[in-house]
Every structure is written in structure tokens, then in C-alpha cells.
Design a protein around this ligand. Structure first.
Ligand code: UD1
Length: 423
């Protein structure tokens, strides 16, 4: 197993290019199950998770080839309908094949993902929505065995809380259903807009992009098309917070700043200089010399503050000049990074879904051996390592590699002293 080593305390300068969004690439790749022919996707990040979903597509009979960041997926060979536990357990987003398989083959057997480090994460909304569309869902030996005789039927779906994966799965199913489907209280994350654009380019009839009410008039058949993955707002946000925390002057290129409204505001409230361009963010910070103001954060569905940037912002707040409250409303167990940050000298108290962070006021963290527990927790440890005095060794970096393309190359390009080692 590999670990990441960081010699902290160096400011970050220069430019970093943002890759395509993992959370958009996964549903768009799954959407290629919906039609035969060659689907072309540009700006696809090469990550552990994108490789996992491509392996899953292969196991269903599809073939694909990659040329740089362009992916060509042939949707013609689809003949199997089972997503095995081996694949789903390594990546929950594998359940995104459920909707497309039902739409195209009328059946799907997909392993239930089970819990993960950040919470229980059930898929009951996905299943309830499919049942509204006439699907029979049986749970057997850890698998959802779903089927329908004939075409899916348009339905009325309401989410108790907006679910990103649920909205995506049901959009893909409804695109090929008979009649009109309406999804109320749908999630509005930009990655869903990217999926809607792809589905419409394939011939789907979806209205309501960027709103919480989606109307999908089903069509009989879709055709392969060419699309582009949007920039990864979570990767962009992670680098922005890293520069704010470590200090420096850096341009985060090829991103969509308007997909990060809440983060930009929080950084500005913390006293960080943020310049917003059309496709870049420039962050200027003196790090702990500045001083960094303490700012409260509550995670919310988009356009609220993203849960996927909560751990990183907390790393920044550990060096602030006051006390702040971080409230996590999306996942019940998303403070796994706290114990590791405490090992580096951070002062944080947890009470249920709330963490109180007491800034170190002009002092900084100290490097330590720490363990990555999930994808975004790992990136908060990277930020802490960049800020800290001395050496930080982060073990289990396979978590990080699920979602950050070439993180060592990108951080080194900004002047960080970082490398990988075998444990
Ligand atoms: C997606 C993102 C993930 C992000 C999350 C929230 C991908 C591949 N992953 O995950 O990075 O952290 O959105 O922005 O895009 N819920 C249920 N029942 C369901 C579905 C969800 O109770 O059937 C709950 C979840 O436990 C959670 C909340 O709804 O509390 C939101 O989850 P959801 O938006 O579905 O997250 P994912 O799509 O799994």
C-alpha cells in the first residue's frame, strides 16, 4: 500500500488545472448504457472510480477505449444485467446502472451497497421511485432484483430530501419510459445538469434543468451522442482551500467558479482574497499570518455549502483566529477526519452532527502520521499536512485516488513538497 508524505509549511504559488468532475463522469458513463452506438465523452478524469465504473460496464457487455481524457464507449454490446457485490462494494455509485439497465433490458440485479465510512447511505429513494414507474423490486441475498414486463411507466416522484444519485438514476430510467415522469424536490447539483444535457443530446425530452422540479417525457429510443464532463467543483474547491490555508498566490484554472457560490463566500468571509474569473479562481492568502477569521459552515444540498468540502474547510478553520461551528446535515458520520486533525494539534469538539473548531490563533498544526478514512477526509488531511510544521505521512491514500487526478503532480506544480512512498 502507498502513503503520501508532505513536508508542510510551504506556500503554494502558480497554476493548477482542474480535471473533469468525478461525480459527473460516473452518471454520464452509466448513461451510455441507454443507447447502442459510440458515445463520446470528453474531459473524463482518470481516477480509481471512473476505472471501476468502466469495469462494471465491461461486465455488462460494453466495450470502451480511452484516448487522453476522451472516452469512447460502445453501448451496443449490452447483454448482462447484473452488477456484482465485488464492484458495488468498492464504489457505491455503481447503483447508477440500475435505472439504465431497467430502461433498456427491463431487468437489473444490483448488489445493495451497504454502509460506508460516512454513513448508512441507503438507496430506498431510488427503489421507491422505480416502483412508482411500475418496477417490481425484490431484495434477495444482498441484491436488488428489479424487473418490469414491457416499458417503464412514467410516474410522479417526490424526494423527502433531495438525492443526487436518486435523481440521476430516475432521470435515466424515465428518459425511456412511456409517458410523463415528474420528479419533485429533485437535487439540483451541477452534475445533474450535465447529465440532463447528455440525455437531451441523445434525444431525451427533459425540462427543468437546474430546478427542483424535473419533467421527463419518455421517448421510445435514444441514440449515442458526444458530450463533455463539467469541471470538478470539489477538486477546484479543495485546491482553493489548500492555497487559503497554506498561503500563497495561485490560479485554479479550467473550473466553473459559479458552481462554487457558497465556498467563495465562506473564503471571503474568512478574509481570503478571491478573484473570480469566467473559468478560473485566483486565491491570495498569507496563511496563518493573515489572520484567518473563524466562519461557521452548515452543509446543504446545492447551492448550499457542499458536504464534499466540509472536511477541507475544517482543516482551514483549525488555524483560524476564533471559534466556529461546522454543522453536517447530509451524512451522519462525516467527522472521521476530526480524530486525525486532533493528532496534528487541532482543537475540535464533536457533538452529534456538530463540530466546534477552536482556531490555533497564529500557530499552526504539527506534522504527524495520520490515516485516510474516506475520500474527502483524506483531502482535509492533505490540507492539514500542507499547513503543518514538519512531516505528515498519510496512509491509505487509495481513498484519495478515487477522486483526485494526479494530486502529487498538481500539488508539486504549486511548489508543495509532497511525494508517494510504499508503506
Ligand atoms: C452524491 C455524491 C457524493 C456527495 C453526495 C451529497 C456522487 C457519485 N456522489 O452521493 O459525493 O457527498 O451526493 O452531495 O455523485 N438518502 C437516503 N435514501 C436514498 C438516497 C439518499 O436516505 O435512497 C440520503 C443519504 O443517506 C444522504 C442524503 O440522502 O443523507 C443525500 O444523499 P445523496 O444525494 O443520494 O448522495 P449520493 O448520490 O450517494
Amino acid at each position: 500500500m502507498e502513503k503520501l508524505v508532505i513536508e508542510g509549511g510551504k506556500p503554494l504559488h502558480g497554476r493548477v488545472k482542474i480535471s473533469g468532475a468525478k461525480n459527473a463522469a460516473l452518471p454520464l458513463i452509466a448513461a451510455s448504457l441507454l443507447a447502442p452506438g459510440i458515445h463520446v465523452l470528453h474531459n473524463v478524469p482518470d481516477l480509481r472510480d471512473t476505472r471501476t465504473i468502466l469495469t462494471l460496464l465491461e461486465s455488462l457487455g460494453l466495450s470502451w477505449e480511452r484516448d487522453g481524457s476522451t472516452l469512447r464507449i460502445d453501448g451496443s454490446g449490452l447483454k448482462y444485467s447484473e452488477a456484482s457485490y465485488d464492484l458495488v462494494k468498492t464504489m457505491r455509485a455503481s447503483v447508477l446502472v440500475l435505472g439504465p439497465l431497467l430502461a433498456r433490458l427491463g431487468k437489473a440485479k444490483v448488489s445493495l451497497p451497504g454502509g460506508c465510512a460516512i454513513g448508512a447511505r441507503p438507496i430506498n429513494f431510488h427503489l421507491k421511485g422505480l416502483e412508482q414507474m411500475g418496477v417490481q423490486c425484490d431484495l434477495e441475498q444482498g441484491y436488488v432484483d428489479a424487473s418490469i414486463a414491457g416499458r417503464l411507466q412514467g410516474g410522479r416522484i417526490y424526494f423527502d430530501v433531495p438525492s443526487v444519485g436518486g435523481t440521476e438514476n430516475l432521470l435515466m430510467a424515465a428518459a425511456l419510459a412511456e409517458g410523463l415522469t415528474i420528479i419533485k424536490n429533485a437535487a439540483r447539483e451541477p452534475e445533474i445538469g450535465n447529465l440532463i444535457d447528455m440525455l437531451n443530446s441523445m434525444g431525451a425530452k427533459i425540462k427543468g434543468k437546474d430546478s427542483d422540479r424535473l419533467e421527463i417525457m419518455g421517448v421510445e429510443k435514444l441514440t449515442a451522442a458526444e458530450n463533455r464532463i463539467i469541471p470538478d467543483r470539489i477538486e477546484a474547491g479543495t485546491y482553493a482551500i489548500a492555497v487559503a490555508a497554506a498561503g500563497g498566490d495561485a490560479i485554479i484554472e479550467d473550473c466553473e467558479p459559479h458552481h462554487l457560490p457558497s465556498l467563495v463566500e465562506k473564503l471571503q468571509m474568512a478574509g481570503i482574497d478571491v478573484e473570480i474569473g469566467d473559468t478560473f479562481l485566483r486565491i491570495r492568502s498569507k496563511g496563518i499570518q493573515q489572520p484567518i477569521k473563524a466562519v461557521d459552515v452548515t452543509t446543504m444540498p446545492y447551492p448550499g455549502y457542499p458536504t464534499d468540502l466540509q472536511a477541507q474547510f475544517m482543516a482551514l478553520m483549525t488555524c483560524s483566529e476564533g471559534v466556529c461551528v461546522v454543522h453536517e446535515t447530509i451524512f451522519e458520520n462525516r467527522f472521521m477526519h476530526v480524530a486525525e486533525l486532533q493528532r496534528m494539534g487541532a482543537s475540535i469538539q464533536i457533538d452529534g452532527r456538530t463540530a466546534m473548531v477552536k482556531g490555533l490563533v497564529g500557530k499552526t498544526l504539527t506534522g504527524a502520521p495520520v490515516m485516510a478514512t474516506d475520500l474527502r477526509a483524506s483531502s482535509s488531511l492533505v490540507i492539514a499536512g500542507l499547513v503543518a510544521n514538519g512531516r505528515t505521512d498519510i496512509s491509505r491514500i487509495y481513498h484519495l485516488e478515487r477522486g483526485y487526478e494526479d494530486i502529487v503532480g498538481k500539488l508539486s506544480g504549486l511548489g508543495a513538497v509532497v511525494w508517494k512512498e510504499n508503506e
